[in-house]
Design a protein around this ligand. Structure first.
Ligand SMILES: Cc1cc2nc3c(=O)[nH]c(=O)nc-3n(C[C@H](O)[C@H](O)[C@H](O)COP(=O)(O)OP(=O)(O)OC[C@H]3O[C@@H](n4cnc5c(N)ncnc54)[C@H](O)[C@@H]3O)c2cc1C
Length: 473
């Protein structure tokens, strides 16, 4: 691509283009590390206005690109597959407009999720989608993946909180979809862009809905002897008619790792714990929590620990939200799977996961959004052993096939990326997939934006690089 980097530098400046191999290595993968590929050029626009000319240069040169935010994705969505240029929106990091009376913000794509809630907390508002990666992941990535989080159970996922997006199409045309008001006639084009995994173009701005912070919280740690008992309690809580803000589960393997890392007093000899959070009008919370505790007792709970103050609540959430980081203590590498089952099938899928672990001689921990049946088996391995890698892939496939057989889906929130292209075929037939690809072609007829992602096609083989450890031993 002679001259391309120079043309990009003319738009974004010298510090906005990376083409030195040492620095490019940083961009070889995202949070999904089983496959790696280095882009030829990374371009980092500093303003939304720089994105259209960047894409026009690529369009004129016939070059495909992959958008990237913070690179925390867990399905390899930012892997450059036949896309030599990476367009990284992490420097588009301004919250441009805060409209407190109408509860809206306009944020550039590179704004970190957590910054939105931080900016409006004093006004008693927050941005509800809260992926556990929220101190790092960006709004652009959240929009692309339709991200969820522990509080998805009550508040919904990203698509429920995005009112509008500014999207730059691969030929450089800027389109404004949606806007500041709630209801709009016509097709829900914003809904199409949310979750398209960067295959329509580059999102540069989003108008996001804010939510009033609840008057109070009650946060409970319920300790069970087994994952089966904890799973039954999950079904019981939902069946009781109470809708917790969050209902999360951690099993014994994860509890051990989290406790070793953060020393917050978790019961490391338990089979599983549930983290149950209720929020809303302060007056109604205690009776509802009493009902939750009663359900837990009916399912043989061993211990109930209600957070007594904000510090205890924060400690419990720290353990949950940083669980993935703690897992680095258990093995050199791990692969976080993401599937969904109807919540009544949580006990069944946990049995499948345990059986897969035994059959493939792997350790698998579980930390997940139990309330909405969104499982996250964390498969531990050492990538220096190719046989282990094969077993990880086989176990992951079996678990996802079981999710579908149980009436669920192959991803709850991490997306298809490169990881699950084959598994998408478990859910959709060729006609469905062709229809989706035709829809994508309306935005990106030449498949220049994030090609070879999401939709099954003749996959270009990715050259995998020498393994690198995810965590110290
Ligand atoms: C520890 C940890 C915990 C996590 N917890 C959760 C969780 O609770 N819930 C959850 O849903 N996810 C979770 N994730 C996954 C990940 O954080 C989310 O998918 C997140 O939305 C990715 O944001 P990002 O900015 O890092 O995007 P990236 O990883 O950079 O990109 C992800 C995808 O978005 C596309 N993209 C990025 N920016 C743009 C843009 N501006 N325009 C168009 N496309 C774009 C990319 O092409 C790619 O396909 C977790 C990840 C980690 C590492």
């Amino acid at each position: 691509m002679p001259g391309l980097a120079a043309r990009l530098r003319a738009i974004v400046g010298d510090d906005g283009v990376i083409d030195h191999p040492d620095t490019l290595a940083v961009y070889e993968c995202d949070g999904y590390t089983l496959e790696r590929a280095v882009p030829e050029v990374v371009v980092l626009p500093r303003t939304p206005a720089e994105v259209p000319p960047v894409l026009r240069v690529l369009w004129d040169a016939g070059v495909a690109f992959v958008p990237r935010g913070a690179g925390t994705g867990l399905s390899g969505g930012t892997l450059p597959v036949a896309a030599p240029v990476m367009v990284c929106t992490s420097r588009l990091n301004r919250i441009e407009h805060v409209d407190l009376p109408n509860r809206r913000v306009v944020a550039q794509a590179g704004v970190v999720n957590q910054w939105i809630s931080n900016a409006v907390r004093a006004a008693g508002l927050f941005y509800a989608p809260d992926p556990s990666s929220q101190p790092a992941c960006t709004i652009g990535g959240n929009v692309a993946e339709n991200s969820g989080g522990p509080h998805t159970l009550k508040y919904g996922v990203t698509t429920n909180h995005v009112l509008g997006v500014e999207l730059v199409l691969p030929d450089g045309e800027v389109v404004q979809l949606g806007g500041p008001v709630e209801e709009r006639p016509g097709l829900d084009l914003v809904g199409l862009v949310v979750g398209c995994e960067g295959t329509f173009g580059v999102v540069t701005r989003a108008t996001l809905r804010l939510v009033r912070a609840p008057e109070g919280y009650r946060t409970l740690l319920a300790v069970f002897e087994s994952v089966a008992a904890a799973s039954e309690a999950v079904s019981g809580i939902i069946a009781s008619g109470i809708l917790p803000a969050a209902l999360e589960m951690m099993d014994s393997l994860i509890l051990g790792a989290v406790e070793a890392a953060y020393r917050i007093g978790l019961p490391t000899d338990a089979g599983a714990v549930l983290l149950v959070e209720l929020d809303g009008q302060a007056a109604g919370l205690d009776p509802q929590m009493a009902e939750v505790e009663a359900v837990c007792r009916r399912h043989g709970v061993r211990e109930l620990r209600l957070a007594r103050d904000e510090a205890e609540r924060a400690a419990l959430w720290k353990g949950r939200k940083r669980a993935f980081g703690a897992v680095g203590r258990l093995a050199p590498n791990y692969c976080t799977q993401d599937g969904v089952v109807p919540r009544t099938k949580v006990p069944d899928i946990l049995r499948v996961i345990a059986a897969a672990a035994e059959r493939h001689r792997l350790r698998i921990g579980n930390v997940f959004h139990a309330g909405d049946g969104n499982i996250h088996p964390i498969i531990l391995y050492d990538e220096r052993d190719p046989d282990q890698v094969e077993r990880v892939l086989a176990a992951g496939r079996e678990i996802l096939e079981a999710c579908v057989a149980l009436g669920g889906s192959v991803t709850g929130e991490h997306g298809i990326g490169v990881e699950k292209i084959r598994e998408l075929g478990l859910l959709f037939g060729p006609d469905d997939l062709r229809a989706m690809m035709r829809l994508r072609a309306a935005f990106d007829p030449e498949q220049r934006a994030n090609p070879h992602k999401v939709f099954p096609d003749a996959r270009v083989c990715v050259e995998t690089r020498a393994p690198r450890r995810q965590a110290p031993m």
